[in-house]
Design a protein around this ligand. Sequence first.
Ligand SMILES: [Zn+2]
Length: 336
Amino acid sequence: MFGEPAVSPPPPINPQDVVLEISPEIVQLFFLVFCAWGMVILFEIDVIRRKIVGNFNFGELGSVQPVSEESGWSNSSTVKSEATSTLANPVTVEKISAVYPKAVTNEVLVSRVSSALEKYGFGEKTLFTSSLCCDEVNRQLEIDFSKVYGQHFSMGGLAGFAFGGVTSFGAMAHHIPTGGDCVIVYGPHVGIDSDGMVGKVNRRGRKGSGTCCGSAVAACGYVKAVREGKQEASPPCTSALDAQQTFVGNMLLPFGKRLEDADNAMVELPLSLFEAQNALMQQIVAAGCGEVGGDGKIALLGGVQINTPEGTPDYFLPLNFEVRDNKGRLIQQLLW
Ligand SMILES: [Zn+2]
């Protein structure tokens, strides 16, 4: 109390003025912990994604084995990894596996077909030809094949029938590069939407899903009405106004009983249409094969296109795959 300087008490602390002082080391530590936590979260999301994709039966869709060594298909493990690399809609993929178990993705199809045909000389001098329905959802298969064979010639009309007929085949044959061959991909199509509904597809910019193939479903309705006596069968066309649809309906008529007996007419519909289209294509090739020059060959790949929601690859169910010479004689059946 004597001689000691008077010490003034510290000013009272206002709680609102408290400022935490954090050292740079602590900031760095927090930053590192935050980054590590983020990486763990990302890793777990990827694990969950792989589990979801892996739970569906891609193996069954992609594990079709070659008929023989000569057919030159890629091995099944490659097919499986290709299928699982896409974030596909699992409901749609599961439905495809259930109703068309031998279907493969477009990517697998193009790979298998082009490598099988390479052994018969198909390649740079091949003209790719399609006979697929007018619907824009079917263009993807042509785009996928064009990566191997270039731009395509189109013979197809409504529902996939080769309405271009013998004249279109002849024209196509005269467009084949000298010394080359042609490969024709043909068949009907069917959509399978994101809810697994067969005969429907989710279209870009539209809510819900809609009929696919519309021409085929309309023809199916016509066949049903004719068989039930509610409508007269259409007479042969005398006008081009709706000639193709009239033909589609009448060419489906012989399959009315099959459609009636089917568990799901929408699953059966493209299979019946394929038979009708395959018969037409074989007649066209028999009539026009001589127009293919030199020792040019004709490869026919027929089947059902399966249209899927955005983000899921399209599939194709192969039902005929053969190579013929320009006399129409079968060289090799390649269907797996
Ligand atoms: Zn269609």
